[in-house]
Design a protein around this ligand. Structure first.
Ligand code: NAP
Length: 408
């Protein structure tokens, strides 16, 4: 049996309870990958657990309590005791990040915080590792899922801010006290952290200028639709001359902007730098299981030496018999019966047509169709049969159609 890796859990709410469950489920695989068996050394809430005992029994502390006090004291004490810390606490980092990072550096331990911004969207890792060498000019983000959901609902239904907020609360996207979300403070804390990483300079929450979305009316959204604009709560951190500006405010985006199509409770961040042009990362910005997954990813990173490629823990089957929808382009002789024979070939292999257009005449005649999703091997068998039909002028052209829909 391998050695254990003891994880002390501070907080057992939405994220903490999902983390405890996930750790339990993934422990065998993590053990195979890292050679260490992770397990909970203790759990602290307001009603159970003792911090000192948990700290003494842990190799790493996960802080998912939220708030500044006593989270700050617990995280500092853990770092100073030489323990790695993983936190999802944006407020704590936006106010006291420098102090905590300094303690981690001094002790040679890791302070990881992927879940503090963008939930499971791996923006912290990308900014601090992948793009460590890029000279970043600007970071633009939708970093609060609650406000993005509310604005998307207002745009979709024409309803007021108040009723869209009530819907967000009903669905669990907004808290009972939504002030920090709708007023922009939550997004401001996240932008302070992103700016700190992007520009390698201290940035604290009080340096971020922010506005919320409480004043937005259905008229604004209607106007936006007419002009093909979408309204988002946007955070920007940008180089301005030799300084930087970090702000959060509602903004209209043209439809071509990478953040314009991010709807519902999703987060997305666009990073611009001359060497990389632009990168946009997007995905679920909150939620217990999603956030817990980012926290556990950080725990695993703290368990393994950063540069190693861990041994695989399993051997999964490589699947090649996939399903796809297809676009099919057939250059055919312009004569009666062509369509019937093509349809018969498709039908005999169980391939069905979603849409069909006949284009051109004479030696320009073509059939262009989109086929319903189905097993690729059946589709290719049908294509071989069609390719051999006497009226085909060239080999059929087929392109897969990706029809999965994401988002709400
Ligand atoms: N929820 C999300 O989707 C999400 C996404 C990204 C980041 N985060 C961050 O993750 C953290 C946790 O969020 P959450 O939604 O899981 O919060 P939550 O559901 O309110 O849970 C907080 C937990 O911390 C405990 N706690 C709070 N203050 C404490 C204290 N003084 N002493 C001991 N225990 C204390 C609570 O104990 P009791 O059970 O006794 O009250 C509860 O178990 C926050 O920093 C949040 O910003 C959350």
């Amino acid at each position: 049996m391998s050695e254990t890796f003891e994880v002390g859990l501070l907080g057992h709410g939405t994220v903490g309870s999902a983390f405890a469950e996930l750790l339990d489920a993934r422990a065998p695989q993590i053990e195979t990958t890292t050679g260490l068996r992770p397990r909970l050394s203790g759990v602290l809430t307001r009603s159970r657990g003792n911090f000192d005992e948990i700290l003494a029994a842990s190799d790493l502390i996960v802080e998912v309590m939220g708030g500044v006090d006593p989270a700050r004291e617990y995280v500092l004490r853990a770092l100073n005791a030489g323990k790695h810390v993983v936190t999802a606490n944006k407020q704590l980092l936006a106010l006291h990040g420098e102090e905590l990072w300094a303690a981690a550096r001094e002790q040679g331990v890791q302070l990881r915080f992927e879940a503090a911004v963008g939930g499971i969207v791996p923006i912290i890792r990308v900014l601090s590792e992948t793009l460590a060498a890029a000279h970043i000019d600007r970071v633009t983000g939708i970093v609060n899922g609650t406000t993005n959901f509310i604005l998307s609902e207002m745009a979709r239904t024409g309803e007021s801010f108040g009723s869209a907020l009530a819907e967000a609360q009903r669905l669990g996207y907004a808290e009972a006290d939504p002030t920090a979300d709708v007023g922009g403070a939550d997004a401001a804390a996240k932008m302070a952290i992103l700016a700190r990483l992007a520009f390698d300079t201290p940035v604290t929450l009080d340096q971020v200028v922010y506005e919320g979305i409480e004043q937005i009316t259905p008229d604004d959204l209607e106007y936006a639709r007419e002009l093909d604009l979408s309204l988002k709560l946007i955070g920007t951190a940008a180089r301005i001359g030799s300084g930087i500006a970090v702000r959060v405010h509602p903004a209209f985006l043209y439809s071509g902007h990478p953040l314009a199509s991010v709807n519902g409770p999703f987060n997305a961040v666009t990073i611009e730098a001359p060497a990389i042009t632009e990168i946009t990362l997007s995905g679920p910005g909150a939620g217990g299981p999603q956030t817990a997954s980012a926290v556990l990813g950080d725990v695993i990173s703290a368990m393994i030496p950063p540069a190693s490629t861990p041994e695989t823990s399993q051997r999964l089957e490589i699947v090649t018999d996939l399903e796809s929808g297809f676009y099919l382009h057939l250059a055919v002789d312009d004569e009666p019966g062509v369509l019937a024979q093509v349809a018969a070939a498709l039908g005999s292999h169980g391939v069905s047509v979603k849409s069909l257009q006949q284009k051109g005449m004479g030696d320009q005649a073509r059939l262009v169709m989109v086929l319903h999703r189905g097993p690729e091997r059946r589709f290719f068998a049908a294509i071989d049969e069609i390719a051999a039909l006497p009226f085909m002028r060239t080999r059929p052209r087929a392109i897969r159609v990706i029809e999965e829909e994401f988002g709400v």
